[in-house]
Design a protein around this ligand. Structure first.
Ligand SMILES: [Zn+2]
Length: 302
């Protein structure tokens, strides 16, 4: 059994997966959730171990992968985690002292890419896919030659903080500063939060869900703005195609559930790629909310 853990701000979810030779999709043997103890690091470690112990009751664990906001810095210590008691701690080292199987860690976008490449929406890709999360924020995970690209600085796939390609204030609205300090970050436009922000600046206060409800009702302003959103997303994917040229781009996160995105973005993609007959497909994820925890389980298998 391979085990994946998804560490979130409110809960820690663990799954045990086993291969199913008939469907070629890994089957969930056990799922267990516990609230995240954020009071102190020892308490946090205890809640992680408690999930692992519960999952271990259902089979022998071969490996553990952890999907977590934040990353391991060059000094081996955690940084940028939203569960702040983790920051500055040797989390993987401390877990390894308690468990005698390999442990690896990656962020949620990397886990989405792995999960979908392994047995999800990008299963048919021979060697490459890029997964983009368009939810509260925006990030991506890159699989090339069948392996995850995390990079020297663990920044592989951090496209949310590159500037939006072809930014034009007449089309995209006034320049905006991101919390990271840069101007016109991609995340400020194509995340669900970004869609709400750009619409609210132009028309009236509304979040992404309210905007999409207006689109469904046939509201002209909302439809026009949604078309701009798809254009912005096509620009982002176009720049990925020009750089990495993946076989499949998988979307995840809240906005990926909007089915109208796919044909529109696919139509617009050729406008933003160097070759105008691009075959890269933009598709919805298959495993939905489970992708994070599934992808974590696959961290050792690709
Ligand atoms: Zn930024």
């Amino acid at each position: 059994m391979i085990v994946g853990l998804d560490i979130g701000g409110t809960k820690i979810e663990g799954v045990g997966l086993v291969p199913n030779s008939e469907t070629e999709i890994y089957q969930t043997l056990v799922t267990h959730r516990e609230p995240t103890n954020k009071e102190n690091y020892e308490g946090f470690l205890h809640s992680v171990m408690s999930v692992i112990d519960e999952v271990a009751k259902h089979g022998d664990i071969e490996s553990i992968g952890i999907g977590c906001c934040g990353s391991v810095g060059n000094d081996g210590l955690m940084q940028g985690a939203n569960v702040t008691v983790l920051n500055g701690q040797d989390f993987i080292g401390d877990l390894q002292k308690r468990i005698d199987v390999p442990v690896a860690i990656a962020n949620d976008a990397d886990c989405l890419a792995l999960s979908e490449f392994k047995d999800g929406a990008a299963k048919d890709a021979l060697s490459s896919c890029v997964a983009i999360i368009i939810g509260t924020g925006c990030g991506s995970g890159v699989v090339i030659n069948g392996g995850l690209v995390t990079g020297l600085n663990k920044l592989g796939g951090e496209l949310g903080h590159n500037p939006l390609p072809h930014f034009n204030p007449e089309k995209d609205g006034p320049a905006v500063e991101c919390y990271c300090g840069s101007m016109n970050c991609t995340e400020s436009f194509v995340s669900g939060t970004g869609l709400g922000r750009t619409f609210s600046e132009k028309y009236f206060e509304a979040n992404s869900k309210e905007i999409m409800a207006l689109v469904e009702q046939g509201d002209k302003q909302a439809i026009e703005h949604f078309d701009l959103y798809c254009d912005q997303l096509a620009r982002v994917i176009g720049s990925i195609v020009n750089f990495v040229d993946p076989e499949i781009v998988v979307l995840g996160g809240g906005m990926s559930n909007v089915d109208a995105i796919y044909p529109r973005v696919q139509d617009k993609l050729n406008q933003y790629t160097f070759t105008k007959s691009v075959r890269t497909r933009v598709v919805k994820n298959l495993h939905g909310d489970s992708s994070g925890v599934r992808g974590a389980a696959f961290l050792h298998s690709i």
